[in-house]
Design a protein around this ligand. Structure first.
Ligand SMILES: [Zn+2]
Length: 317
């Protein structure tokens, strides 16, 4: 069987894709509203229907689907949703429920782990057995793949890379602790620092770019202004990359993965971000002379969740 289905269950939308394992592509895709919170059985019934729908769209029978994989914004251990705050689910054996409803073997993982797994199998870590993915978005998320398997931790709570402390007396984080990587390296943190510096330096080019953007700061403006030679923006970007380097050096020094891949909105800056980051990492992370962790931009953007979930059936026991 060449087909599998990946489902990205989010707080707002549920997206499913039928994936062809031979062509390594999504052949049909559909998304519906989650309308959370709702009981697990209700949402599961919608997921099962969505799986049948993506099959219909591609004229494939669901019996030709080898398995279904689902990524959930939750703490997951061995297929069970331990806690999903947005969905208000506790201790739901989602893999068993969906195996029953779809008639196909179903695997469940955390959504950030699914995205990491997509990179490990078909993305920038393809062919490598250890890949760690970090996402620089509204928050900072992560997923850890070791020896070809997602590392969930003994209780399902692993890979909270955004809450590694990089400054014990540092900025407050949304989690209630101080100095978390997320408080420095999320897009939210970058935007708030850029705003602060643009306010402080009245001749900063960032102010012109903000005015041109309808008065709104975003995560691209500091990079654009820094590239144009603006000193305030350069400071914001250098600080940002400096903190990110500390976080990634910690990851490398603990795990020595073959690849660290960086996704999320800020990764769209490409080499403006990556070149200075790699340069800093040379000095603050361990490695051997000829074997150093590759630090690269993630391959998959919006489809990472679907593809990673779809590939869960490939995971070795
Ligand atoms: Zn935190």
């Amino acid at each position: 069987m060449n087909y599998c289905i990946g489902v990205d269950l989010g707080g707002t939308n549920i997206a499913a894709g039928l994936v062809d394992l031979n062509t390594k592509s999504i052949v049909s895709k559909k998304s519906i509203k989650t309308n959370a919170p709702r009981p697990c059985l209700e949402i599961s019934a919608d997921i099962a229907e969505l799986c049948r729908e993506v099959c219909r769209l591609a004229s494939v029978s669901i019996s030709e689907v080898a398995w279904v994989g689902v990524g959930v914004p939750a703490i997951i251990k061995d297929g069970t949703v331990v806690i999903a705050v947005n969905l208000e689910w506790y201790d739901e054996p989602l893999d068993k429920i969906l195996t029953e409803l779809t008639g196909r073997p179903t695997f469940v993982t955390n959504d950030a782990n699914a995205a990491a797994y997509a990179e490990a199998k078909w993305g920038c870590g393809a062919g490598e057995s250890s890949v760690i993915a970090i996402t620089l978005g509204t928050g900072v998320g992560g997923g850890i793949v070791l020896n070809g398997k997602i590392w969930e931790g003994f209780n399902g709570s692993a890979a909270e890379l955004g809450h590694m402390v990089i400054d014990a007396n540092g900025r407050w984080c949304g989690c209630g602790q101080r100095g978390c990587l997320e408080a420095y390296c999320s897009a939210t943190a970058l935007i708030s620092e850029a705003k602060r510096m643009a306010k402080l330096y009245r001749d900063s080019y960032m102010r012109t770019l903000v005015a041109e953007n309808g008065g709104k700061m975003n995560g691209i403006i500091p990079f654009t202004a820094a590239k144009a030679g603006d000193l305030a923006a350069r400071q914001v970007v250098d600080d940002y990359i400096g903190y990110l380097a500390i976080g990634i050096a910690n990851i490398i020094n603990v795990f020595q993965p073959a690849v660290v891949c960086i996704g999320g909105g800020i990764s769209g800056q490409g080499e403006e971000l990556m070149a200075p980051l790699r340069e800093k990492l040379k000095y603050i992370s361990f490695g051997t002379k000829d074997k150093r962790t590759k630090v690269v931009v993630a391959k998959f953007k919006n489809d990472a969740g679907i593809i990673g979930a779809a590939l869960l059936g490939l995971m070795e026991d």
